[in-house]
Design a protein around this ligand. Structure first.
Ligand code: DXP
Ligand SMILES: NCC(=O)COP(=O)(O)O
Length: 254
């Protein structure tokens, strides 16, 4: 079975919008694990707009205590800055079970592309080794939607990484537009090539209850999906009824 790692970035977005402690990322992560999620993912960004270094350490403690996977995502090439010690330093402190390297630019709204392995492979290799020495399984964020992707994946194998994470944003868009067929065939081909190169396959970005089943039916051997944005949005809808009723019941009693 494919395992589910819940990304709790969005809980921190909401918390930071008021500057206080609520909603609490550790409490939210605990609720996800209590519901059966297999692990927790966060992707702290250098501008600390959601997950902060302290959250990473707190979630590392929670996942260690619960014996589940902690997946820490980030760009290993982004320089440290006040409030963000750098991805490698965070991994040294938190020792996540999995480090997922993502080539984000600084001003990006969210992740929107994978590595260019032909170009980045040589500088990724020593970082992969360094992270593996820290005890992390290493996964590399990769495109699977374009012409070049199947060729690129061979270079990914040369980095020494353990897994790749297929960037599923373009699949989610195609699915919403009703045109996912050819895209899914491409993802399946990239997954098979990755597996043939000895890489495990994860997937993530904009996966949701509306598109996950179609993805898993078409793409073989996906080991893990990390899902945040849609899952948190769906949780709001699914939980609003109960919450409003909770308020009404207090009002009715006073
Ligand atoms: C790598 C990936 O696709 C997700 O981790 C995504 O980067 C979530 O980050 P944001 O929550 O900042 O959009
Ligand atoms: N690696 C993908 C991830 O952690 C969550 O992405 P999204 O579901 O927030 O788009």
């Amino acid at each position: 079975m494919t395992v589910l790692s819940v990304n709790v970035n969005k809980i921190a977005v909401l918390r930071n919008s008021r500057g206080g402690a609520e909603p609490d990322v550790v409490r939210a992560a605990t609720a996800c694990l209590d519901a059966g999620a297999h692990g927790i993912t966060v992707h702290p960004r250098p501008d600390a707009r959601h997950i902060k270094a302290a959250d990473v350490l707190a979630l590392a403690g929670l996942t260690r205590a619960r014996g589940v996977e902690f997946n820490l995502e980030g760009n290993p090439f982004a320089p440290p800055r006040p409030g963000y010690p750098g991805f490698l330093a965070l991994c040294e402190q938190a020792r996540p079970a999995q480090a997922t390297l993502v080539p984000d630019g600084d001003g990006q709204l969210t992740s929107d592309h994978g590595f260019d392995f032909a170009r980045d492979g040589a500088r990724l290799r020593p970082l992969v080794e360094q992270l593996q020495r820290l005890g992390c399984r290493v996964s590399l964020f990769t495109d699977a939607h374009d012409e070049d992707a199947a060729a690129q994946i061979g270079h990914a194998g040369n980095t020494g990484a353990d897994r790749v994470e297929l960037y599923t944003g373009p699949f989610a868009e195609a699915m919403a537009a009703g045109t996912a067929g050819p895209m899914l065939a491409r993802f399946a081909e990239v997954a098979r090539r990755a597996q043939a190169a000895g890489l495990g396959v994860n997937a993530g970005h904009d996966l949701s209850q509306a598109n996950l089943a179609a993805f898993l039916a078409a793409v073989p051997g996906v080991l893990e999906v990390s899902i945040g944005h849609a899952l948190i949005a769906e949780a709001l809808y699914d939980g609003l009824d109960r919450t409003v009723r909770g308020y009404l019941s207090i009002l009715q009693r006073h």
